[in-house]
Design a protein around this ligand. Structure first.
Ligand code: NDP
Length: 479
């Protein structure tokens, strides 16, 4: 006989997959319906918890090619030699909507890259925007609640979004990006990616640099006007990427870095660790370092894209965290979310498994699927085994100096300037972009209370009086 035999998940051949075993044609089913019970029980468990944010995503594999050695800045193994190629997995996503939402929501886009390096996985868990709404993670759950559906009506509720923004001037910069034409990218291929946070590089001499990652689309920026977005098929961006890769039209991004020495960061006119701000190009020029190309679709959406577990704590020797307070919280929160969502052994799944040998003393836990749970290897440290894995002391990042007068206390960032860069962005835009921005803001803001409108106009006016005048006029036009 040729062809495959249908089996149970335990491998036993199945004789009948159409008909339940029944006590006569009109009678009840019997307890020996093994195949039926297995099908129903597994079906009941097909879902894992949806990500609270970034639920709706599309993933693909590809390559990062390095154009120039970065060994002066970092000892990261994948950044040493021009021409080096590193396999990557990238997951794009919307942020606020659930899995049942649309690819064309006005929403930031996740742009997460897993670099499978020889010294472990480096996850650059970024967005399509260089900044974020917040610079203190204490506000993150409140922010996300305010942007998601109304808890009573389960409908989108712009009034709540603006109520949050009217109480948080630190959101104005990112809100301006979100409400601009770039708030709805045409596809995953037609948008930039940004690491957003400041990360550290450190070299073999123990010198540290602060770094921002940028991935600039080589397909060009393309955006969707709001009225068109409503008429596009919800899976359009997923389809666009899958089909482009399928036909060999591999999308790519030019990878660029901004790099500051620790000294330059101390002299920098803005707080270099404030996620609500960019490093102006004129003060920290972009350097091209390579190209990110996507060239292979997943074989199975759930196994790979859904179970992909990104975590900013996945760092490799030569790359370290910065004091960015949002990043610090993400170092804990993302691993925690993956343990809840996928399980404690999520790094053993093929999409997450490092492409280098793994030796540690963690054992057991649900679904210890990778190899044989590290075989007979010793499971504690220190130990007397001369051949057993040992920590490598020279791979510790250089110590991070703190301010001499640092006091442990709640730290307010209320005195930061949250207006200047929002105004700079407004002035980068063309007349048409400015007018579309104002109309988009007015469309949502018109649904908020008048006190919220007033405060938003005040913030916008502090960014740029022309910006406020336009929004004010657009609001009047909606009245
Ligand atoms: P520059 O004047 O050197 O460049 C302006 C930047 O703005 C370009 O990167 C451009 O991207 C980007 N841009 C243009 N339109 C939009 C839009 N609607 N939404 C988001 N980005 C847009 O920038 P500066 O460094 O002096 O900063 C000025 C402002 O530019 C900032 O306040 C910030 O909002 C924005 N910006 C700055 C970035 C940075 O890292 N410095 C990165 C992205 C934006 P492109 O080249 O693709 O058109």
């Amino acid at each position: 006989m040729t062809g495959k035999t249908l089996t149970t998940s335990a491998g036993a051949p199945v004789a009948d997959d159409n008909n339940s075993i029944s006590a006569g044609p009109r009678g009840p089913l019997t307890y020996d319906n093994v195949q039926l019970f297995e099908k129903l029980a597994h079906f009941n468990r097909e879902r894992i918890p949806e990500r609270v944010v970034h639920a709706r995503g599309t993933g693909a594999y590809g390559t990062f090619s390095l154009d120039q050695s970065l060994s002066d800045y970092t000892r990261a193994s994948f950044l040493q030699t021009a021409g080096q190629q590193t396999e990557v997995f990238v997951r794009f996503s919307t942020v606020g909507g659930g899995q049942d939402s649309s690819d064309y929501a006005r929403d930031p886009r996740g742009f997460a890259v897993k670099f499978y390096t020889e010294q472990g996985n480096f996850d650059l868990v970024g967005n399509n925007t260089p900044v974020f709404f917040l610079n203190d993670p204490m506000k993150f759950p409140d922010f996300v609640h305010s942007q998601k559906k109304n808890p009573q009506t389960n409908l989108p509720d712009p009034a709540r979004m603006y109520e949050f923004w009217a109480n948080h001037p630190q959101s104005l910069h990112q809100m301006t990006i979100l409400m601009s034409d770039r708030g709805i990218p045409r596809s995953w291929r037609h948008m930039h990616g940004f690491g957003s946070h400041t990360l550290g590089f450190w070299n073999r001499a123990g010198e540290r640099f602060w770094v921002k990652w940028h991935m600039k689309t080589n397909q060009g920026i393309e955006c969707v006007p709001a009225d068109e977005a409503a008429s596009l098929p919800p899976h359009g961006a997923q389809q666009d990427l899958v089909e482009a890769i399928e036909r060999g039209d591999h999308p790519s991004w030019t990878v660029q870095l901004q790099i500051l020495t620790e000294d330059a960061a101390r002299q920098f006119p803005i707080n270099p660790f404030d996620l609500t701000k960019v490093w102006p190009h004129a003060l920290a020029p972009l350097q091209n370092i390579g190209t990110l190309t996507l060239n292979r679709n997943v074989d199975n959406y759930f196994a790979e894209t859904e179970q992909a577990a990104f975590a900013p704590s996945n760092l490799v020797p030569g790359i370290c965290a910065s004091p960015d307070k949002m990043l610090q919280a993400r170092l804990i929160a993302y691993q925690d979310a993956q343990r809840y969502r996928v399980g404690v052994n999520h790094n053993q799944l093929p999409v997450n498994a490092p492409r280098c040998p793994v030796h540690h003393h963690q054992r057991d836990g649900a679904m210890a699927v990778g190899g044989t749970n590290q075989d007979a290897g010793i499971n504690f440290y220190p130990n007397n085994g001369v051949r057993e894995a040992k920590p490598q002391a020279d791979l510790a990042p250089p110590p991070l100096p703190l301010l001499e007068e640092a006091w442990v206390q709640p730290y307010s960032q209320d005195d930061e300037d949250y207006f200047e860069q929002a105004g700079q962005l407004y002035r980068v835009m063309s007349e048409q972009q400015q007018s579309e921005l104002a109309a988009t803001i007015a469309g949502g803001l018109a649904q908020a209370e008048s006190a919220v409108q007033k405060r938003m106009l005040e913030y916008i006016g502090r960014a740029d009086v022309g910006y406020a005048a336009r929004v004010h006029a657009a609001l009047e036009a909606t009245a």
